[in-house]
Write a new protein. Structure first.
Length: 208
């Protein structure tokens, strides 16, 4: 696992899913681990991107995992959680966007599919996912919704034959029983389950 051939994909790292939020799936220890991964990406120059929720009346991606109302577009709860801002400027791309977008390596791109849909189901978002994973050997996935947004993000990586790792101590589920089934399926399909400390050790070793 080398920093130059890896990408960190965070899923729904937003205030409503963090401690004190409308649907606090991530506990304080998990939130600290996610923040540590953001700091690690900045330290080692690992590319970043991922998935955001942006639910609201009439917005694409309104369908969502069953639970409290969360991450309505434009609300404080939809904003990045503390410590979860990439080093690169962020661009969030919504499903059904009609504008053609020139993609580059100077931004961290996110698709606003959240827990409602696969990140690559919409043609515009699919182009973003293809861009994020182009030339990537290892995708490191973490955040909120193991059985929802994380599972769909892992699927998008596996469809592109990208070696995929999930940081379980920087991830959380709404339905723990269903999440265990998802994790067992990941393992059968060759997805690695790692800790934050292991990711840091592997990337720092390669960087040196």
């Amino acid at each position: 696992m080398h920093p130059g051939a890896a990408i960190f994909l965070d899923v729904c790292a937003q205030r409503d899913f963090w401690p004190g939020g409308a649907w606090a799936l991530i506990d304080p220890a998990g939130a600290a681990n996610v923040a540590a991964l953001f700091a690690l990406a900045a330290e080692l120059g690992v590319r970043q991107g991922g998935v955001r929720c942006a639910h609201g009346p009439g917005e694409p991606g309104e369908a969502r995992l069953s639970g409290p109302a969360h991450a309505a577009g434009g609300s404080a709860g939809a904003e990045p959680a503390a410590g979860c801002v990439p080093a690169e400027p962020v661009i969030v791309v919504a499903p059904a966007s009609s504008a053609a977008r020139a993609l580059d390596r100077a931004h961290a791109y996110y698709v606003a599919t959240g827990c409602g849909a696969a990140p690559d189901a919409d043609p515009v978002c699919r182009a973003v996912v293809e861009h994020l994973l182009a030339g990537v050997r290892d995708a490191i996935v973490f955040g909120a919704g193991i059985e929802a947004g994380l599972d769909r993000t892992v699927e998008a990586c596996l469809r592109r034959r990208v070696r995929t790792h999930v940081v379980l101590d920087a991830a959380a589920a709404a339905d723990p029983a269903r999440a265990q089934e998802v994790i067992a399926d990941w393992k059968r399909r060759g997805v690695d389950a790692l800790t934050t400390a292991t990711v840091a050790r592997l990337l720092r070793r390669s960087a040196n």
